[in-house]
Design a protein around this ligand. Structure first.
Ligand SMILES: [Fe+2]
Ligand SMILES: [Fe+2]
Length: 271
């Protein structure tokens, strides 16, 4: 093959994005002119292009890191909001954190993609944020049945929560998990009485984590159940109250969860 044909071939390769050092071969002193000059010019151009590509990659990397910082800050901000709620609602201290963690573990067990696991974890952390709008009397110890206006106020917290969070773009579908965390597959949940196919998976995951944590924590009006008792209740309610696949996934992770370092469960220190 002539040097000129070889040069054209190498240029075509480069144009197709396949860089190699073949072009340098053609810059040897014994290469004929004008092949040698063209190859030299080509080689120089490639070096410049490569330098630019490298810079672009660096910039993209920087952007990624900035984006991650912004996301982390946003999560920290909403976590601060969740903590503000915890400060008001001392019965359920640690509840949001535990629900976030358990929901994340269930999502992992279900084999959801990493991004989705993270979303479920954040939504779990924030699921009760709407309670921040509750009137003070809802946080006071009470016994027996709640009056109707109190029930109405309670059932509004998923919607209030999603409204509070709605401008945080990065939450995406997690907003719907907050909105639907008290829905039930049988349609007897709230606020929308959705039935199974309309309840997002993330919300079903949080519902199981929420149910488990509520049952196993001491509250002023209830002694916490044991993990086994709570699991039995979850299994009994699978299909009606909770999603069966989520309950099954939870059952699989429960032993691991119990042997791991526990998140401190409070509720008993309340005055
Ligand atoms: Fe809730
Ligand atoms: Fe909750």
């Amino acid at each position: 093959m002539g040097e000129l044909e070889r040069l054209l071939e190498v240029i075509e390769e480069i144009a197709a994005g396949r860089y190699s050092n073949d072009i340098m071969d053609l810059t040897r002193p014994e290469a004929p002119e004008p092949v040698r000059s063209i190859a030299e010019a080509m080689g120089l151009m490639m070096v410049k292009v490569e330098a630019r590509e490298y810079r672009l990659e660096m910039l993209i990397q920087e952007l990624r890191e900035l984006n991650e910082t912004i996301r982390r800050n946003a999560v920290a901000t909403v976590s601060a909001m969740a903590n503000a709620l915890a400060a008001r609602d001392t019965y359920t201290e640690g509840h949001a954190e535990r629900v976030g963690r358990i929901a994340g573990l269930i999502a992992e067990e279900l084999g959801l993609p990493d991004e989705e696991i993270e979303r479920v974890r954040i939504a779990g952390r924030l699921h009760d944020i709407g309670k921040i709008g509750f009137s003070d009397r809802l946080f006071l110890p009470h016994e027996g049945k709640n009056p109707e206006d109190v029930i109405r106020e309670i059932t509004r917290h998923p919607t209030t929560g999603a409204d509070i969070l709605k401008d945080l773009d990065f939450l995406g579908p997690a907003l719907d998990y907050v909105r639907a965390h008290h829905e039930r597959p049988d349609g007897r949940g709230y606020p929308k009485h959705l039935t199974d196919p309309d309840i997002p998976l993330g919300a079903k995951v949080i519902a199981v984590a929420d149910g488990y944590d509520a049952m196993t924590t001491d509250r002023p009006y209830q002694k916490g159940r044991t993990p086994d008792e709570a699991l039995a209740i979850l299994k009994n309610g699978a299909g009606a109250h909770w999603d069966p696949a989520c309950v099954a996934a939870f059952e699989r992770i429960l032993p691991k969860m119990l042997s791991a370092a526990p998140i401190p469960s409070c509720g008993t220190h309340h005055p």
